[in-house]
Design a protein. Sequence first.
Length: 467
Amino acid sequence: MRRLPMLALLALGGCKARTLPDVPEAAHHVSPVLAETGATSSTPSAVPAPSAPPLQTCAPFPEGAFALPPLDESVIDTKLPAIEFPDRLAHFYARAAEVARGTAKHSVRIAVYGDSNMTMDYITGGLRRMLQGKYGDAGHGFAGMTRPWGWYRHMDVRHELWEGAWKPLAVSTHRTNDGHYSSANLGSETDHPGAWAFVATTDSPDSPIGHSVSSIDLFYLARPSGGTFAVKLDGTVQETVDTKADKAETRFRHYDVPDGSHKIEVALRSGKIRVYGASMERDKPGYVVDSLGVGALNYEMMTHVSSASRKPMLERRNYDLVVFAIGTNMFSPKDHESWMKDVFAGIREALPDTPLLVLSPPDIELKWEDKWSDPRIPKLVQQLREISDRNGAAYFDFREAMGGSLSMHKLAKAGLAEADLIHFRKPAGMLMGTRLGHALWNDLEAYTKAHPDAGCSPRAAASPVAH
C-alpha cells in the first residue's frame, strides 16, 4: 500500500416517506424533499394513562441470531478482551435484539468518533461489512461531502469534489472561529461560483455492500450570511436551498428515492455556503455505522464544537451507540477527564438515552528498534478506563484486543500497518473492526440470555426526532 502523506504528523499533532418532526417555519416542499430539522411537541392528555400490559413471553431467538463470521486469528491470536461495564450498553443491546428478532422498525445506528486511524473508514468499514453481511445492507450512513485531507475516504461509497474550490474545515487541523463543524467535527465551505461536491453509492464490483440507498439526508449550516446552493439527485436539479437564517445552526434536507444506485450533489448558486455531508440509508432495518474520523482528533478539540452545530445533527442521526476511538493524540493527563466530561455532556444533551463506549488508544511504538511500546499508551489505557467508570461509559481495551505490547510493531512487520508504527493499513484496520464487533456481540448474547424477552416489541425512538 502506498504510504499516506502527513498521517504520522496528524496523529501526533493530533420510495416511501418517513415521519419527520414538525418544522418551526413554513416547510419548503419540493418533491421529494420532506422538511428541514425541527423539534416535535406533544399536548398533555386528560385521559388517564392505561395500566401497564402484562409481561410478554417471547419465542426463543432464531437459531444463530448472534453468530458472526469466525474471527481471523492468523495475525492476531490474542484472546479477545471483554467489554467492561457492559450493563451501561443495555439500550444498545435491546435495540440489537429487535434486529435479531426481525421486530425492528428502523436501523440501529452506531457512531464511531476517531482520529487519523478512522479517516479512511477501515475500522468502521470492517465493522459495517461484518454486521451488514450478517443482517443485511442498511446503507452506508454518514460521509463527508468534501475532504479536509487528500486521503479522507470511506469504504463502499463514492464522494468527490471540485478540488481547490472548497475551503476545508476540521476541528483539529482546519479551525474556524465560529465552532460550527457539525457533530462530524468537519465540513467545507465555498464562495467559488459553481463549486460542486457529491456523495454517491458505490459502483465498485469489489464492494459487498453500498450499492443501494432509499433515504438521503443532506447536512449543512444555516446562518445570517448564508448563500444558496442547488441540490441534484442523479444529475437532476431538485431544488435550490437558501441557507440564510436568523441564527447559525445545522439543518438538513431529506430525500426519499427508489431503492437503488443514487448520487446527491450540491453546487453553489450564490454567496457562501458551508456543507457537512450526507447520510445514506435504506428502508430495511439493520445496522448503520457512521465513521466520524478526523485527523489528530482528541477530546479537547471536540469541546470547541458549538451546540447549535452539533446538537441538531446528533438528534437527527439518533444514534443507539456512540463509540470514542480517541486517545493517540492525548498529552495532558490532568485535563483529560474534564474534556471527556464536557464531550459526554454534549452527546447526552442531545441523546440522553444513548450509551457511550470508550476505546483505549491502540498500541504504538516510537522507533523500530524499540523493545517496548510508547510508555504513554499503557498509562492512557488505565486512565481512560477509570474516567469511563466514573462517568457512566462502557470501556473496551482496544490495545489489548490488537495484542497488547508491541502489537503495532508486529502488524507493521507483517505489512498490515504503516512504518510510522501508528497507523493501520486496510487489512489490519478492518480486522480490528471485526474484533470490536465480536466483543460487542459476545456481550449482546449474554444480555439476551439474561433478558430472553428482549426485542419482542420494538422500542420507541430515544430522541424526539424520528428515524
